[in-house]
Design a protein around this ligand. Structure first.
Ligand SMILES: *Cc1c(COP(=O)(O)O)cnc(C)c1O
Length: 367
């Protein structure tokens, strides 16, 4: 059998070790996963009820147009209903965009290190990948502009960026967008929007849609809203663009449960505010630890922090794993001497910081 040649260069997504396996392997009763930027407080209490009620309709296909959710999101974001496209997670919106715009005779420009799905999907479509290294944890927008040519159909901006947690400031983004040619789609991935949006210089990207036909903004219910397992995210763009890419979307790509859950989750903004506040306090716990030990980190506008231990990330990862904490090693993220830790509850952060302190002390004693 002959599969697309480019697939042979890709490896399937490797999920971290399941919690149960880690418990068995290291004989632990408690294992905490702070590796995928999930919300440690779960989701709004309203969600459980909404899902329970929807169980009655399990045999019926979902509304492929997601009309009710569409109305709710349009109101929440402040756009028209036909300015939205929904996906099975924003991951799927990324895939839809790639299916619609990339082919072997096109190229796509992206920052690196950044969210791996841009490249993964672009490789599958056979497009040429142009990766532009970050500069000090931020997008090098000038270098990205220089990488764009007449065959560039997509340029990716991940803001705040995963795994650095930094965001592109409003004036820089405007100046960038002005220079991106009209034939190139700017994908603004705002998976961590809720955590960054209060910053005074964080751009109001939805407003830019009035002026830019070649912009799509991606948001998700997986992170701050705590609905990662339900797989629901969306894109915001102009109707003319969405009409063109909609045929690349499967007709029933989001489930009933996910649609209902997202609707009620949106209504509970008090939950989001509470999570944001606790997350900010959690970040401060990590910053205090880093400052005390002279460790470098990027100030984060997300629910994770990338800390440079000056040692192989895998080493820190393994140390924590044996003691019941799963994080992401920077070796897999393009920052080989760092680890990325999802901000947990206050207690989880305290526990992991205590272990990290032991690691730092041991490393210093050996040096
Ligand atoms: C988590 C994440 C996503 C994808 O989230 P979904 O669960 O697919 O909605 C997209 N972009 C970035 C940068 C992320 O970190």
């Amino acid at each position: 059998m002959k599969v697309k040649e480019q697939l042979l260069t890709l490896s399937p997504y490797k999920p971290g070790k399941p919690i149960e396996e880690v418990k068995r392997e290291f004989n632990l009763d408690r294992v905490v996963k702070l590796a995928s930027n999930e919300n440690p407080y779960g989701s709004s209490a309203l969600v459980k009820e909404a899902i329970a009620a929807e169980i009655e309709n399990m045999a019926l296909y979902p509304d492929g147009y997601a009309a009710e959710l569409r109305a709710a999101v349009a109101k929440h974001v402040g756009v028209e209903q036909d300015q939205l496209i929904f996906g099975n997670g924003s991951d799927e919106v990324i895939q839809i965009i790639c299916r619609a715009l990339l082919s072997a005779d096109t190229n796509t420009v992206m920052p690196t290190p950044s969210f791996p799905q841009y490249k993964h999907n672009a490789v599958i479509e056979g497009a040429e990948i142009r990766e532009v290294p970050l500069r000090g944890g931020d997008h090098d927008l000038d270098a990205m502009l220089r990488a764009i040519d007449e065959n560039t159909t997509i340029v990716w901006v991940c803001s705040p960026n995963n795994p650095t947690g930094t965001y592109v400031k409003g004036d820089e983004l405007i100046s960038f967008m002005k220079q991106v040619p009209k034939h190139t789609l700017i994908v603004m991935d705002e998976a961590y929007f809720e955590y960054a949006a209060d910053q005074a210089d964080y751009p109001n990207t939805v407003e830019f849609l009035n002026e830019y036909e070649n912009l799509i903004v991606l948001r998700t219910f997986s992170k701050a809203y705590g609905l990662a397992s339900l797989r629901i995210g969306y894109g915001i763009a102009n109707e003319s663009l969405l009409q063109k890419i909609e045929p690349a979307r499967e007709p029933f790509n989001t489930s009933r449960m996910a649609q209902k859950a997202a609707i009620v989750a949106l209504e509970d903004q008090a939950f989001i505010e509470e999570c944001k506040k606790k997350n900010e306090e959690g970040l401060q716990q990590y910053y205090a630890f880093c400052d005390k030990n002279g460790l470098n980190y990027y100030p984060s506008f997300t629910n994770f922090v990338l800390i440079d231990f000056g040692r192989q990330g895998d080493e820190v990862f393994q140390f924590l794993l044996q003691r019941g904490f799963i994080v992401r090693s920077g070796n897999a993220l393009g920052f080989p001497t760092s680890v990325r830790i999802t901000v947990g509850t206050k207690e989880q952060n305290e526990q992991i910081i205590e272990l990290l302190q032991q690691f730092v002390n041991q490393a210093a004693a050996k040096a």
